[in-house]
Design a protein around this ligand. Structure first.
Ligand code: AMP
Length: 412
């Protein structure tokens, strides 16, 4: 494996996060990381840091995404930092014809863009950044690493949506997300990946996956990240009748169908979930504080969250026909001791028992009680590293084989 700096790009609605890894012999090492945040505002943030030391710390105006990305590209092309030799783009969903990680070409971008309606909150941003990266780094290969890639193994019975099949032909199916995080957990468990594994990625966005022998067999998110578990501000799975009721209410004051659909999309994604039920916050820390002060809506929102996750764990145990290991990851999974305890509290019949003393940790740990049939662990994700690994393999082979060899020692 040749030595080369790899840039990882992760673009959101108001920020572009990036990191650069030096990849050579042994594990890729992070050289530096940074972000432009506050796109669309007059007082954005642009920082780059290396091992906690700020190398760039500015508060520029970031009126557009174009200005923000040019700022990143100019810094990386300036000669002040090791110049990337390959770029990995974290891509949400490429649509039905783009299931494999691959080199980005203008044709690939057009194909992904042609299915933007399937993921309207994410694809247009990803498409923009891919096009700009090809322009601003014309001499460097760019690769798309998909959050759906890990879920390509789920069976048709799990991926099929129960709707008229003309919509399936348009690409409407369960894709699943957080795949790079799940893959990074399996990677870190090597060489002892359990046969029957459930991973709960609980962050501001939350999902859960059932994994057999390292391959995903089902996941809670669906066509979009709105489906599955209740999360910070998204509904998760919900009776379609509720969606129709709200849509009709919105239509009373917004007769234009597309505008009404946009309002509905915002309501389901930005105003629901923990925020919607609590009426207070989408943030678990804020809700835990409110619970401490006796706020009943915060208590209900968090109960709804942990109750939903426990039910999904139960259904995945049925799907796996047993369970060897349960892993918590993501900001809540790693840090919220109470959520882990509350989720597992009613699952002893499934062999899941958490030791309160061991559970009193943040970060990598085994938290199951000695008598627990199922091993319960906390494992932080290593998503950027996973993207770098894919970029390295793709730059060597230009195509990913079915199951890349993953070496535990690479990580530590
Ligand atoms: P993520 O999207 O993975 O960054 O996770 C964000 C979520 O993790 C938010 O709901 C945070 O409140 C939650 N979180 C982060 N740290 C803690 C903590 N120490 N205790 C409880 N929740 C936390």
């Amino acid at each position: 494996m040749s030595s080369l700096p790899v840039l990882v790009l992760n673009s959101g609605s108001s920020s572009i996060k990036f990191s650069v890894y030096e990849a050579g012999i042994g594990a890729p090492q992070k050289l530096f990381e940074g972000a432009v945040d506050g796109i669309g505002t007059d007082l954005g943030k642009f920082w780059i840091k290396d091992d906690g030391k700020k190398l760039v710390d500015e508060t520029p105006a970031l009126p557009t995404r174009a200005v923000a990305f040019k700022m990143v590209a100019d810094a990386l092309n300036s000669g002040r930092f090791p110049r990337p030799q390959a770029i990995g783009h974290r891509i949400g969903c490429g649509g039905p014809n783009v299931q494999d990680n691959q080199r980005i070409t203008p044709q690939l971008i057009d194909e992904i863009e042609s299915h933007a309606a399937l993921a309207p909150l994410h694809t247009p941003i990803a498409v923009y950044i891919m096009r700009e990266a090809l322009k601003l780094f014309p001499d460097i290969p760019n690769f798309a690493v998909l959050d759906t890639y890990f879920h390509r193994t789920i069976p048709e019975v799990a991926s099929t949506m129960p709707i008229p099949q003309e919509y399936a032909a348009m690409g409407v199916r369960r894709y699943g997300y957080h795949g790079i995080s799940y893959e990074s957990i399996v990677y870190q468990l090597q060489p002892e990946v359990p046969e029957k594994l459930i991973v709960a990625h609980l962050g501001n966005g939350a999902s859960i996956s059932a994994i057999r022998n390292g391959r995903c067999i089902n996941t809670s998110m669906g066509l979009t990240p709105t489906g599955g578990l209740i999360s910070g501000s998204r509904t998760g799975d919900i009776d379609p009748g509720v969606v129709l009721f709200i849509l009709k209410k919105i239509a009373e004051t917004t007769p234009d169908a597309l505008q009404a659909a946009d309002k509905l999309e915002t309501l389901l994604n930005k105003k629901s979930g923990l925020l919607g039920v609590s009426g207070l916050s989408n943030d678990m820390r804020a809700l835990r504080e409110a619970i401490q002060s006796g706020n009943p809506r915060a208590r209900l929102a968090v109960d709804k969250f942990t109750w939903t996750i426990a039910r999904w764990i139960g259904s995945f145990v049925a799907e796996l026909n047993g369970l060897d290991m349960l892993v918590f990851t993501g900001g809540i999974g790693e840090n919220d001791i109470d959520s882990r305890a509350e989720i597992c509290a009613g699952l002893s019949a499934l062999g899941i028992m958490v030791d309160p003393r061991r559970n009193n940790v943040r970060g990598l740990a085994t938290i199951s009680a000695p008598e627990s049939r199922v091993s319960v662990r906390v494992v932080p994700p290593a998503e950027d590293l996973m993207i770098v690994n894919h970029v390295l393999r793709l730059s060597e082979r230009d195509s990913v084989e079915d199951e890349p060899a993953m070496i535990l020692s690479d990580l530590h």
